[in-house]
Design a protein around this ligand. Structure first.
Ligand SMILES: N[C@@H](CCC(=O)N[C@@H](CS)C(=O)NCC(=O)O)C(=O)O
Length: 312
């Protein structure tokens, strides 16, 4: 099997979701650390514009968004499944809630002034400023962050609901972890890393016990890899998607072969431009080329992404 190369950084919650899935599925992987803020020239060399964290590279294929990455990992190693029956639909819907509503409530709580002061405590003041400006640009014009008090109210309620679900079972939907657990865990994992704000979790001990079970899954044993090695690996490979659905589903009136742009619906609207080579029920694939990376295919899930014909 071609190497799985995860582009991520240690403090990224969505990356923690994928690191744990790699651990749960006992898949070997290579770890490339990417910068948490722009500029990210090596990332853009591979994705053509998408700058969010994490993305998964397999040879000349780049899989963007943790929801799509989870599907790819499920395909590579179906055991233990992330989508157990009969709760398959439920697990995906719960995961989507956790990756959006729960995530943003948790992050507004986590990065309230005393949380941010701790996170950036050892960094020079310019680092905190640069981070704030970068994230400000990612949300500008289309998102409002909850204020800490409102975030506290929502986050406490969500934690109680998760706690209710864990009353009579070790994981959110049963005896084994599903995608819902991996998605609900990562925003709380970030909270738990910050002394100044982690006390909110103590109100729901069933949740912290479940977090201990999730943490025990571990990340497996990644090998360090450099961005240059990753770009060379892309150049040496030909695109070979692992996404098995290929039937064309045209919801936009855009034929395959068109030059298109794809961007996230919210938070980080950087576009990737390329030739549309697949648009299936679940995902889009763009082909693009650069001198250093050669021809790559960049894959996005349909949900949460905006497809447009490129302006010519
Ligand atoms: N829907 C995306 C969200 C990813 C996301 O928002 N990641 C955060 C870090 S955890 C991010 O990209 N922050 C800006 C950055 O890293 O450049 C996914 O599921 O992968």
């Amino acid at each position: 099997m071609t190497d799985l190369i995860l582009h991520h950084y240690p403090t990224s919650p969505f990356s923690e979701k994928i690191r744990l899935i790699l651990g749960a599925k006992k898949l070997p992987w290579k770890s490339v650390f990417i910068p948490p803020i722009m500029p990210k020239p090596n990332v853009l060399e591979l994705t053509g514009g998408y700058r969010k964290t994490p993305f998964l590279q397999i040879g000349a294929d780049m899989y963007c968004d943790s929801a799509l990455i989870a599907d790819v990992l499920e395909h590579l190693q179906p055991e233990a499944t992330l989508y157990p029956e009969p709760e398959k639909g439920m697990s995906r819907i719960l995961a989507q809630w956790a990756d959006t509503t729960l995530f943003w409530a948790a992050m507004a709580w986590n990065l309230q002034p005393k949380g941010a002061a701790e996170v950036f405590g050892n960094a020079p003041p310019e680092a905190a400023k640069a981070f704030g400006e970068d994230r400000g640009k990612m949300t500008a014009g289309h998102m409002t962050r909850l204020r800490p008090a409102d975030a506290a109210s929502a986050y406490k309620s969500y934690l109680r609901r998760l706690s209710d679900m864990l009353d009579d079972k070790p994981f959110l939907l049963g005896e084994v972890p599903s995608i819902a657990d991996f998605s609900a865990y990562h925003p709380l994992w970030y909270t738990r890393r910050i002394e100044a704000v982690k006390g909110i979790l103590d109100l729901t001990p069933a949740v912290t016990d479940w977090m201990d079970r999730m943490a025990a899954i571990g990340h497996g044993a990644p090998d360090k890899f450099s961005a240059d090695e990753a770009i060379a690996a892309a150049k040496a490979a030909a695109p070979a998607s692992l996404l098995t659905d290929s039937t064309f589903q045209d919801d936009h009136g855009i034929p395959l072969g068109s030059t298109v742009t794809i961007r996230a619906e919210s938070f980080g609207l950087e576009e990737t431009t390329g030739t549309l080579v697949a648009a299936t029920r679940t995902h889009y694939t763009l082909a693009r080329s650069s001198e250093r990376a050669g021809t790559v295919h960049v894959h996005f899930p349909r949900i949460g992404y905006v497809l447009k014909k490129a302006e010519t």
